[in-house]
Design a protein around this ligand. Structure first.
Ligand code: GRF
Length: 185
């Protein structure tokens, strides 16, 4: 069973749900985001863990991980979750947290990966699914797909095309991980 963390649109959560993967619960650090409505529509339990409601980020992350466990999650998938996770969360899910990122890691980690690749004049970039550690998008890679940059393409268009790839890549990598397979399939 999978616990999913979200912060916004939730199109990657939707890809997991549409692939029929066993999503046990969805936690968000932001209230009223479209991702929560997607989980509701699928009948998946949701809870919001705003930083303001906790004394520290560590306390928030621990509460979030414990709730996901209570709901039956054995692994956690970050699907557009835009906060760094702290040690208490990672200790509750050791080596069992996956993230999807819009670049070919280790190139262009961080929150502006698409803009950074364009600003560097890259002719291609891509999407990566990787294990999460305490660094910024620094854990080992599970699967990657390259996306070619079109001439004069802007960040919005490139990110939209990378996300189409993410929606294909993320469910496959989660499935591979759950089934104990290797990439490429
Ligand atoms: C994705 O492009 C993901 O790579 C990045 O944030 C975006 C989230 O999109 N970390 P969504 O919320 O899954 O639609």
């Amino acid at each position: 069973m999978i616990g999913v963390l979200v912060s916004g649109e939730g199109s990657n959560l939707q890809a997991l749900l549409d692939a029929g993967l066993p999503v046990a619960a969805v936690a968000s650090n932001r209230p009223a985001v479209p991702a929560l409505a997607r989980a509701d529509a699928a009948g998946v339990p949701t809870r919001v863990f705003e930083l303001e409601s906790f004394a520290t980020r560590e306390e928030r992350d621990e509460a979030m991980a414990l709730w996901l466990c209570e709901e039956g999650a054995e692994i956690a998938v970050l699907a557009g979750y835009m906060h760094l996770l702290t040690k208490p969360f990672l200790e509750i899910f050791p080596e069992r947290v996956l993230n999807v990122h819009p670049s070919l890691l280790p190139e262009y980690p961080g929150a502006h990966a698409v803009e950074d690749a364009l600003a560097a004049g890259e002719s291609s970039t891509g999407a990566t699914v990787h294990f999460v550690d305490e660094g910024i998008d620094s854990g080992s890679v599970i699967g990657q797909v390259r996306v070619t940059v079109r001439p004069n393409e802007d960040a919005e268009s490139l990110h939209r095309r990378i996300q189409e790839v993410e929606h294909w890549l993320l469910p496959r990598c989660v499935n591979l991980y759950l089934e104990g397979g290797v990439w490429p399939e």
